[in-house]
Design a protein around this ligand. Structure first.
Ligand code: HEM
Length: 216
C-alpha cells in the first residue's frame, strides 16, 4: 500500500450516513408511521436508532476484510476505515446499554415481562445475548488498547476465525429472541416497515455469512 492509499479513510462519511439512516428509520417507523408519542424521541426512539447504528458499523467493521478475501473489490478508503468503525460501533453500543438500563421496566417494555413481574424466557435469553456480546466487544477493544496487545498468543486467539464466529452469534441471539414474534406478523408492522431488530438481524446475518466463507 503506498502513502496515498494508506491515508484514504471513509470512516467519517460511513458513520454519518449510518447514524442518519438508522435514527431516521427509527423516527419514520415509530413516530411518523407508528403510534409512539414525539416526547419519546429523545430517549426511547433514539436508543433504537443508536443500537441500529452500532450494529451496522460493527457489521461493516467485521465484514470488509473477509469480503475483500472473497474477491469482491473493497476500496482502500473502506479497509482503512475499519478501526474507526469498530471503535465508534463499540461506543454507540455502550450508549445503547446505558440507555437500555434506564429504560428497562415493565411500563416501557411490557412484552419482556410476565404478569408476576419476572422476565419472560425469551427476554432473558435476549438480554443474556446482549450482555455477552457487549462484554466480548469490550474485551476485544481492551486487548488492543492495553499491554495485552503484546501477548501474541492471546491476540491470535481473540482475532481468530473461530472466536469471532462464536462471539458474533451472541449479537444475533440478542436480536432474535427479542424480536422474532413481531417478525412473524408483517400485517402489524407500522407502515409496513420491518422492525429494527429484523433489519439488524438480516444485515448481521449477511455479515456473518461473509465472515464464514471469507475470514482466514
Ligand atoms: C448489556 C447489554 C445489552 C442490553 C442490556 C441491551 C438491551 C436492549 C434492549 C432493552 C433492547 C430493546 C430496545 C427497544 O425495543 O426499544 C435492545 C435492542 C437492541 N439492541 Fe441491545 N442491549 C445490549 C447490548 C447490545 C449490543 C452490544 C448491541 C450491538 C452490538 C445491541 C444492539 C441492539 C439492537 C440493534 C436492538 C434492536 C432495537 C429495536 O428492535 O428496537 N444491544 N437492547
Amino acid at each position: 500500500m503506498n502513502q496515498t492509499s494508506q491515508s484514504k479513510n471513509a470512516a467519517a462519511i460511513i458513520i454519518a450516513l449510518t447514524c442518519l439512516f438508522s435514527i431516521g428509520y427509527a423516527i419514520l417507523r415509530y413516530h411518523i408511521a407508528g403510534p409512539v408519542p414525539w416526547k419519546d424521541l429523545s430517549f426511547f426512539t433514539l436508543n433504537k436508532g443508536i443500537a441500529l447504528s452500532s450494529f451496522v458499523l460493527l457489521t461493516f467493521n467485521f465484514s470488509f476484510g473477509p469480503l475483500n478475501n472473497l474477491g469482491v473489490p473493497v476500496s482502500d478508503g473502506l479497509l482503512n476505515s475499519r478501526k474507526a468503525l469498530g471503535m465508534t460501533g463499540f461506543l454507540l453500543a455502550l450508549i445503547h446499554v446505558l440507555m437500555s438500563f434506564m429504560l428497562f421496566n415493565p411500563a416501557v417494555f411490557s412484552k419482556f415481562y410476565e404478569e408476576n413481574g419476572t422476565l419472560t424466557l425469551t427476554a432473558g435469553l435476549s438480554m443474556l445475548g446482549g450482555v455477552l456480546s457487549f462484554v466480548v466487544l469490550w474485551g476485544y477493544n481492551l486487548s488492543f488498547q492495553t499491554h495485552l496487545r503484546e501477548d501474541k498468543k492471546f491476540i491470535r486467539f481473540i482475532t481468530s476465525r473461530n472466536f469471532l464466529l462464536v462471539a458474533m452469534l451472541f449479537s444475533l441471539f440478542h436480536l432474535f429472541f427479542m424480536g422474532y414474534k413481531g417478525w412473524l406478523t408483517p400485517n402489524a408492522w407500522h407502515g409496513g416497515l420491518p422492525p429494527i431488530s429484523l433489519v439488524g438481524f438480516i444485515l448481521f446475518t449477511v455479515g456473518y455469512i461473509i465472515n464464514l466463507f471469507g475470514r482466514k
